[in-house]
Write a protein that binds this ligand. Structure first.
Ligand code: HEC
Length: 201
């Protein structure tokens, strides 16, 4: 009788231990599914959290479409400063493909006020355009599950104005962002503008 009770307790303990082990494995699996440690952070409502520390990321380039060259009304007259983290960039350089979780962050930066009709000014280095105030953030994120309808990339706007920017943002509708990237970019990214940095050894 006492042996039976002992055996029963041993089984209970074994079941409990196995249960804890299964629960722990599931927790690890869920965690692994949520992506790389450097990947995007999502709110419970599935909004993207504005990454921190991006001024220390790798700077890929800075297309510029000033008002002076766009009939005075460029949609984005600022420098388009594009940043990516070192980890996905390393994988891109090895494979030629942006890994899941890649965040491309574009911060808009106004040119300093112009002194000439074309918006240019003169500084010690010459006449031209020079970086001024920060003025907005757009982000694209690679997540082939979340954004399977737009070639695996989601698009987010954190405001087109001076900081502080929005802390989180919902994915933009296809026609607002992804559509133009689908039609005009290579695999959703305008890599051709960053190729000299992307391929720098
Ligand atoms: C009419 C076309 C068009 C639309 C609409 C558009 N983009 Fe882009 N986007 C571009 C082009 C062209 C570039 C690269 C050249 C540049 O920045 O001027 C770019 C660059 C980017 C980049 C830098 C990475 C890359 O792919 O080059 C991000 C991030 C980005 N766009 C996000 C967005 C977001 C977010 C929206 C919507 C709010 C959006 N874009 C709407 C054309 C577009």
């Amino acid at each position: 009788m006492s042996m039976n009770r002992f055996a029963g307790r041993a089984i209970q303990t074994a079941v409990l231990v196995a249960g804890i082990w299964v629960a722990a494995s599931v927790a690890i699996a869920v965690n692994a599914q949520s992506g790389p440690s450097w990947g995007p952070e999502w709110t419970a409502a599935d909004e993207l959290v504005l990454p921190r520390g991006y001024h220390a990321w790798v700077f890929l380039g800075s297309p510029l479409t000033p008002n002076a060259l766009n009939d005075g009304e460029a949609g984005f007259p600022e420098y388009h400063n594009v940043y990516v983290q070192a980890e996905p960039l390393k994988i891109y350089r090895e494979t030629g493909v942006w890994p899941e979780g890649t965040i491309l962050l574009k911060e808009l930066q106004l040119t300093l006020p112009g002194e000439n009709p074309d918006g240019s000014r003169v500084e010690a280095s010459g006449r031209g355009f020079f970086p001024g105030a920060r003025n907005g953030i757009d982000i694209s994120v690679k997540d082939s599950v979340r954004f399977k309808d737009t070639n695996g990339w989601g698009f987010f706007n954190f405001g087109h104005h001076a900081p502080p920017y929005a802390k989180t943002a919902a994915a933009m509708p296809t026609e607002a962002c992804a559509g133009c990237h689908i039609d005009n970019a290579t695999e959703m990214v305008f890599s051709k503008f960053y190729s000299h940095i992307l391929n720098a050894k």
